[in-house]
Ligand binder design. Structure first.
Ligand code: PEP
Length: 275
């Protein structure tokens, strides 16, 4: 069984470095007790606010358990290393602070920062040039029949525009997160419902088909495609058992200690089914 990605997008949480380290401690406790070798999620990627990256990287590197399982990433990046950009964070800064991954094109960045497809495309190119692994988000705004022409058109347009001019080689790692915007918890006052597994599987299949046509079947078969949107301790088992999703992107639930504990507890129980 291929191991899956468990990506935690902490968004603008927590409010202090101390609290960030407490969340890291919850993850450490969970992975120290994890039933081996059967955990379906072997790659844990944490995307904290970039203010905490440097400190978290130092702590992770100084701890064998954490260093083996956790990799850090950022939630955004600017597309130049040297430019006069007030408030900008460059790819080089992120790398030097310990990030290996970068989330690009999240719907909240489009909503609050008016990010366009052009900007997303520039960010993806900059990430690749600087050896940061992009995790790009695509997803439809409104809940519709996933077989409908409109949903397909919307996802293909996002992929076409965001990945315009991008070349990938067979060995490159590149991750796509399918995140239907309507399913993200922040769009539902924290009470969102994930998309059904059937629909997620269809959408991931559609994205993989696009990748095969645009790049190659080999790249498509290896590209991790994740699901994101209201994944919690209560429903993570569903995604752990999906043979189509290569993992999950978890927002809100990964920023609350109790919910984070629950996620790992549920996964431990799921493990029994995998052994
Ligand atoms: C996200 O916004 O990336 C996300 C997955 O959010 P949530 O899990 O809170 O729906």
């Amino acid at each position: 069984m291929t191991k899956k990605y468990l990506v935690f997008n902490w968004k603008m949480s927590p409010s202090s470095a101390e609290e960030a380290l407490e969340l890291l401690e919850v993850i450490k406790e969970a992975i120290s007790q994890e039933a081996r070798p059967s955990n379906p999620f072997s790659k844990i990627i944490v995307l904290p606010p970039c203010l905490y990256l440097y400190l978290m990287n130092q702590i992770i590197n100084a701890d064998k358990v954490l260093a083996k399982k956790i990799t850090l990433g950022a939630q955004d990046v600017f597309w130049h290393n040297r430019w006069a950009v007030t408030g900008g964070i460059s790819p080089k800064m992120l790398k030097n602070a310990g990030a290996r991954y970068v989330l690009i094109g999240h719907s909240e960045r489009q909503q609050y920062f008016k990010e366009t497809a052009y900007m997303i495309n520039q960010k993806i190119k900059a990430a690749l040039v600087n050896n940061l692994i992009p995790i790009i988000c695509v997803g439809e705004k409104e809940k519709r029949d996933v077989d409908s022409f409109l949903v397909k058109k919307c996802i293909f347009e996002q992929l076409n525009n965001n990945l315009a001019g991008i070349k990938l080689n067979a060995g490159d790692t590149f991750i796509i997160a399918y995140e239907p915007i309507w399913a993200i918890s922040s769009h539902n006052q924290g009470q969102g419902q994930p998309e059904s597994l059937d629909d997620i599987n269809k959408m991931i299949g559609l994205i993989r088909f696009w990748v095969a046509r645009r790049f190659s079947e080999n790249i498509a078969s290896k590209m991790p495609i994740l699901y994101g949107g209201s994944v919690t301790g209560a429903n993570i088992n569903l995604f752990a058992q999906s043979s189509v999703a290569d993992g999950v992107l978890v927002g809100r639930a990964s920023t609350k200690k109790q919910e984070l504990k629950k996620i790992f507890q549920k996964l431990k129980r799921t493990n029994k089914k995998f052994t």
